[in-house]
Design a protein around this ligand. Structure first.
Ligand code: CA
Length: 225
C-alpha cells in the first residue's frame, strides 16, 4: 500500500494535512501528520520516516527550530513549507540545512514530485570518489567536503554539496537555473528556480572566495569564463 514509504508532515493546518494525505497516498506514500513541532520530533524518533515536510509557522517551537533539531542528528530530506516568499530569505540566512522550500499556496502535485526528486537524489550519491580543483579549492566528492586554499575545511549540507559538485563538473560554462534544477534536484522544470538562488547564496556565504559568478537573466557559472 505505502510502497514509497512514510513521509512526516509537521503542520498545524488540518486542511493542508487532509489535502496532502490524499495526494501522497495516491502516489504510494503513507503520510503521517503531527500538528506541532514537539509531536513531530517524537514521531521522527520512533523511526521509519523517509522525508519530512515542515511548516515554518507552528504553535510552540517553530519550524526553523524543528529543522535545526532534526539536523542535529539526522540527514533525512526536509522540505520547508513557507507562508511567504520573503520568509525564504530569512530562513536561508539562518542556514538551517533544509533541502528545499515551497511557498504557500503550493500545488500538492508539485510537492509530491519534489519529495520524490529529493528522495531519488539523496539515494544516488556518486560512487567513484573524485575531486575537482577550482581556484585553489579542492572539492572532494567522497568526503563531501571542500578544502579551502587557507587550509580550512568546509562541509556544505547535502544539497549544497550536490549543487557545488554539479557546478564544478561544468566549470567555465554558463548554466541556466532550469538546467541546474533538473540536474541537482531532478525536477521537471516547474518555473520555480528560487531554490537554486537560495542554495547558491548559501554556498557563497560558506565559500566567499569561490568564484561563483551570476550570469544575469540566465543562471550561474563557476570559475573562469
Ligand atoms: Ca502554520
Amino acid at each position: 500500500m505505502a510502497a514509497n514509504g512514510t513521509v512526516l508532515l509537521i503542520e498545524d493546518e488540518q486542511e493542508i494535512a487532509d489535502l496532502l494525505r490524499l495526494y501522497f497516498e495516491r502516489d504510494g506514500f503513507r503520510l503521517v501528520h503531527s500538528p506541532t513541532g514537539e509531536e513531530g520530533l517524537d514521531r521522527l524518533e520512533r523511526g521509519d520516516i523517509r522525508a519530512a515536510l515542515l511548516d515554518i509557522g507552528l504553535p510552540g517551537i517553530d519550524g526553523i527550530e524543528v529543522c535545526r533539531r532534526i539536523r542535529g542528528d539526522s540527514d533525512i530530506p526536509i522540505i520547508m513549507l513557507t507562508a511567504r516568499d520573503t520568509e525564504i530569505d530569512k530562513i536561508v540566512g539562518l542556514e538551517i540545512g533544509a533541502d528545499d522550500y515551497v511557498t504557500k499556496p503550493f500545488s500538492p502535485r508539485e510537492l509530491v514530485a519534489r519529495v520524490k526528486a529529493v528522495l531519488r537524489r539523496s539515494e544516488e550519491r556518486p560512487i567513484a570518489v573524485q575531486t575537482a580543483e577550482i581556484a585553489g579549492f579542492v572539492i572532494d566528492s567522497g568526503r563531501r567536503q571542500v578544502a579551502c586554499p587557507g587550509g580550512e575545511t568546509i562541509r556544505p549540507t547535502a544539497r549544497e554539496f550536490d549543487l557545488l559538485w554539479y557546478l564544478s563538473r561544468h566549470t567555465g560554462l554558463a548554466l541556466s537555473r532550469g538546467q541546474i534544477l533538473e540536474a541537482v534536484w531532478g525536477y521537471d522544470y516547474f518555473g520555480e528556480t528560487r531554490t537554486v538562488d537560495v542554495h547558491i547564496r548559501q554556498l557563497r556565504k560558506k565559500l566567499p572566495d569561490l568564484p561563483i559568478e551570476t550570469v544575469w537573466g540566465f543562471g550561474y557559472r563557476l570559475g573562469e569564463n
